[in-house]
Design a protein. Structure first.
Length: 201
């Protein structure tokens, strides 16, 4: 993750479900870093995926048509976040999904504020920010499984009237799928417009 001091909006505090609710509804998310106090980010340039701009490549479209995977929502949140923590990431030294992170987000899930989409060989989890959704991490156990889980999540969010997804930080993979960066103030305005939308039962 490439950040500057301007992207950090708070330092310290405890990582709890209550803190996560307060943060996400203000466009802020935690990014633990070993040896440092807890850092809270609201990037000046925020990555989002507008569903109207979603690009599904030919190989992914073919995998989607032929997939025999079982797709669910919130059927295995704890497994998904644990597998995300364990997933190897060549561009990162270790994982930010620490045991403390797993405990806090699992507690939030049990309260109805964090959710997962499963492809049963891959998955994605994130947080309901009070009417919009912030995707946190994905994992896969076979090619395309995490992308198919993401598409399943997008289908669910679309069915609830939402037209975009917060992905926080732009990656080459998400950029190829149509994601882009928008200014912080535009992102916060989007959050306010979606407030009160019900995304999950």
């Amino acid at each position: 993750m490439s950040t500057t001091a301007d992207d950090i909006v708070a330092i310290g505090g405890r990582l709890t479900a209550d803190a996560l609710v307060t943060a996400y509804r203000r466009g802020v998310f935690p990014w633990p870093s070993e040896g440092l106090p807890l850092l809270w980010f609201c990037p000046r340039r925020r990555a989002v995926l507008d569903f109207d701009a979603l690009h599904i490549g030919r190989s992914l479209a073919r995998a989607r048509r032929r997939s025999g995977l079982r797709f669910t929502i919130d059927a295995a949140f704890e497994r998904v976040i644990q597998r995300c923590a364990e997933a190897p990431r060549p561009d990162q030294d270790g994982t930010w999904i620490t045991p403390e992170v797993i405990r806090a987000y699992t507690q939030l899930h049990r309260r109805g504020g964090a959710h997962s989409a499963e492809a049963w060989r891959g998955g994605v989890y994130g947080v309901d920010a009070g009417g919009s959704f912030s995707a946190e991490s994905m994992f896969h156990e076979e090619p395309n499984a995490s992308k198919l889980a993401l598409l399943h999540l997008i289908d669910h969010l679309r069915s609830r009237g939402l037209g975009w997804l917060d992905i926080q930080v732009l990656t080459p993979h998400m950029e190829r799928m149509g994601a882009r960066e928008i200014p912080r103030q535009e992102f916060l305005a989007r959050l306010r417009r979606e407030r009160g939308r019900r995304l999950f039962p």
